[in-house]
Design a protein around this ligand. Structure first.
Ligand code: 5RP
Length: 218
């Protein structure tokens, strides 16, 4: 099976977790695109969605799924999103698509976070995938220097602007042995909006597409 088929398998498996008739939180990326297509098959059962990116909002709307502003919604019972890496504790690296800040906000607001991925995303130690950090544009060089002091190699994501009009530094060369501590340390650098470590708020369930069927990790 291709990686995309495995992503699709995990995305459709996530439908089982959508028991709400209310608002569903929706992440961003190629795996989530499959989930949005799956969600369209039950769109009559839900009120609508809150979305972590303009790209996901556009896809949801194209399927006729109403997209709410998070401020209009009092409860998000489930959030479904992909990941670039997950460790066995369901702490994640996210933001390959640059939507990390809105993703983290919806994950924080949601009661349950279901992460969907192909099985190659499960790793023992986070950090092989460069860690995205969203930065206020004027702080880019300063933040990069601070990250170098922490042992990372930041690379400016050229030509990319986030939905929040900021820039991304992709940090290479990190072996992330203490994800919660690093998440806090990076967020404490002035000019950082947020970083792609989802360790303080990990996923609750990880659905992994595999050739032998979807694996569930709690
Ligand atoms: C976007 C993300 C995505 O969830 C992550 O990059 C995984 O993407 P894909 O499903 O395309 O492999 O965090 O900001």
């Amino acid at each position: 099976m291709t990686a995309d088929e495995l992503k699709k398998q995990a995305a459709w498996a996530a439908l089982e977790y959508v028991t709400t008739t209310g608002v569903v939180g929706v992440g961003t990326g190629s795996t989530v695109n499959h989930f949005i297509d799956a969600l369209a098959s039950i769109k009559g059962r839900i009120e609508g969605a809150v979305s972590s990116s303009n790209a996901s909002s556009d896809r949801l709307k194209a399927h006729g799924i109403h997209v709410f502003d998070l401020n209009e919604v009092s409860e998000v019972s489930i959030y479904v999103d992909g990941a670039d890496e997950s460790n066995h504790g369901l702490q994640l690296v996210k933001g390959g698509g640059g939507a990390l800040t809105r993703e983290k906000i919806i994950a924080a607001a949601a009661k349950e976070f279901v992460c969907i991925a192909d099985e190659s995303k499960l790793v023992d130690v986070l950090g092989k995938f460069p860690l995205p950090v969203e930065v206020i544009p004027m702080a880019r060089s300063y933040v990069a220097r601070e990250i170098v002091k922490l042992g990372g190699q930041p690379v400016y994501r050229e030509g990319f602007i986030t939905d929040n009009h900021n820039v991304i530094l992709d940090v290479h060369g990190l072996d992330i042995m203490e994800p919660i501590q690093l998440e806090k340390t990076l967020n404490d650098i002035v000019g950082v909006v947020t970083n792609g470590l989802f360790a303080m708020r990990p996923a609750d369930v990880l659905l992994l597409g595999s050739a032998s069927g979807t694996k569930t990790v709690h």
